[in-house]
Design a binder for this molecule. Sequence first.
Ligand code: ADP
Length: 167
Amino acid sequence: IIEIIKGDITKIEVDAIVNAANKTLLGGGGVDGAIHKAGGPEILKECKKLKGCETGEAKITTAGRLKAKYVIHTVGPIYRGGNNEESKLLYNAYYNSIKLGDKYNVKSIAFPAISTGIYGYPKEEASSIAIKAVKGYLEVNTNIEKVIFVLFSEKDFMLYEKQLGLT
Ligand code: ADP
């Protein structure tokens, strides 16, 4: 059920792609910028109606020109040393995103490595939280058939390979 791919999340053919957004949901750099650029202005238009999103929560829009049906916007924590509930908030970001996708009946969902870019979350710990949250959700009742972790660099891809025991 869990797969890993090295590449650009905007190119993945799944029902929903998850965006590592900021609390305003009004666009940013990194994966957020790439999703809005590839998906077109329709996504931002819908985001403007959502009135932002709290850290660890998730909201959904359609996906504009993307192949996906939906974009699930979640806000990961900014890493400030690790004693500010970062791990719980990162877990929640993954868990609430997959839960929201399930509610919208998506069968396949793709995640980027939330918080590990501009937000500075240490990659190894973030990857283990990502996997734990997704596996934790898949253990409950779900119609989700496929979860893809999309890693932007070879190094990140190898880290997930290791964490999932694929090497
Ligand atoms: P955050 O602010 O949550 O840290 P970033 O967008 O800065 O979000 O980075 C999150 C992760 O997404 C990083 O690992 C970055 O390398 C990766 N990333 C950036 N662009 C893309 C893309 N087009 N597809 C998949 N992953 C991406």
